[in-house]
Design a protein around this ligand. Structure first.
Ligand code: PLP
Length: 387
């Protein structure tokens, strides 16, 4: 595999094993490092899955994804995102991550440079490396609400730049890009003829009346953009492995060929589950998001009461990205110290890039009692630091 030696393991996936090992060793762990909603998946998804199993849908299906699910997703994209597509523009993959993998490796060549956010989700760099490309980071700083400044992106464009990747709402900061910011990125893509990957997996988690903007809704952006989404986050269905990519037909055809020769297809019965979830679980999604907003408020308020720590209220996703620079400890030191002292797992901001140094990421998509317990323990310990 190209560049495999320098590919770092995923910290957010690795945390699952780390928490299990600690629990087995008897540590009473609260895992606020995870990247998923710890709630039950919707009943409709389970019914969809059981129905498919009873009908014997346990065989290979279309590599692009079952037509009924692609139709339902296309309907959602037109209705909710104003992205004018049909089922032919969609590929269903085992998780959104695999749509990213197929799409990026289909689109870039060895030596291509790919612009991506810092702090940002580290899997983008790993995939770009596997495809032989080079990650080039643009800063998304707290002073600009963790949004990128367009001049910071433009100054990094070179003749080798082929693609820009961005995430809204963001992991790890929760920043939601405004329509104006998305339009400015579209302007750059046009000016420098860049391909765009828009990762919208946290789309459902938007608070305080903010709105999600899809770059592919801008008419001339549709064909140069790969939109990434799926059922993992909004429907609490990470383990079902259902995601999708949306792009121009020739890109989707290439991705489908790659899927044929790698995993063949996404599991038949989880696709039926996703179809049921897409068509019938909007209420469960709304309830999950409303619950997350309350937990966000609790976490942000607790963190802002701690001397040396400040945490802007995130507009989206389910992470609080707390600035810990004034504590006199680095994010890495604090994360380790918190784990040893309290059993609360967090991720140091450095996991997400240079610009994440000095931050700690707290995931609040846990059951309410665990969020309370985690913040009680962490809050008390961190308060003690300043005494
Ligand atoms: N995109 C972002 C920004 C993520 O944070 C994650 C998971 O943490 C994914 C994509 C992957 O989603 P999936 O579980 O559907 O592969």
């Amino acid at each position: 595999m190209k560049g495999q030696k320098s590919i770092k393991p995923s910290a957010t996936v690795g945390i699952i094993d780390k928490a299990r090992a600690l629990r087995q060793a008897g540590v009473n762990v609260i895992n606020m490092g995870i990247g998923e909603v710890m709630a039950d998946s919707p009943a409709e998804a389970k019914e969809g899955l059981m129905g498919a199993l009873e009908k014997g849908e346990t065989h290979y299906v279309s590599s692009q994804g079952i037509p009924e699910l692609r139709d339902a997703i296309a309907g959602k994209l037109v209705r909710e995102n104003d992205i004018q597509v049909d089922a032919d523009h969609i590929i269903v993959t085992p998780g959104a991550k695999y749509a990213l993998y197929l799409g990026i490796t289909a689109m870039i060549q060895a030596g291509d440079e790919v612009l991506m956010p810092d702090p940002g989700w580290m899997t983008y760099e790993a995939i770009v490396q596997m495809a032989g490309g080079k990650a080039v980071y643009f800063p998304c700083l707290e002073e600009n609400r963790f949004s990128p400044r367009i001049e910071d992106i433009e100054s990094r464009v070179t003749p080798k730049t082929r693609m820009i990747i961005f995430t809204t709402p963001s992991n790890p900061t929760g920043a939601v890009l405004s329509l104006e910011e998305v339009k400015a990125i579209a302007g750059l893509a046009r000016k420098y003829d860049l391909l765009v990957v828009s990762d919208e997996i946290y789309e459902k988690f938007i608070y305080d009346g903010h709105r999600h903007s899809s770059i592919a809704a801008i008419s001339d952006m549709r064909d140069r953009t790969l939109t990434i989404n799926g059922f993992s986050k909004g429907w609490a269905m990470t383990g079902w492995r259902i995601g999708y990519g949306v792009g121009n037909k020739s890109l989707i055809e290439r991705m489908t060929t790659m899927q044929q020769h790698s995993v063949t297809c996404t599991c038949a019965f989880t696709q039926r589950a996703a179809l049921a979830a897409q068509l019938r679980s909007e209420d469960s999604v709304r309830a999950l998001v409303a619950d997350c907003q309350k937990k966000r408020d609790l976490v942000v308020e607790t963190l802002n009461h701690i001397p040396g720590i400040s945490c802007p209220s995130p507009q989206g996703a389910f992470y609080a990205f707390a600035n810990v620079t004034e504590t006199g400890k680095t994010g890495d030191e604090l994360s380790l110290w918190l784990l040893e002292k309290t059993g609360v797992i967090t991720l140091p901001g450095s996991t997400f890039g240079e610009c994440g140094k000095g931050y700690l990421r707290f995931s609040y998509a846990l059951p309410r009692d665990q969020v309370e317990e985690g913040m009680n323990r962490a809050g008390e310990a961190l308060m003690g630091l300043s005494r």
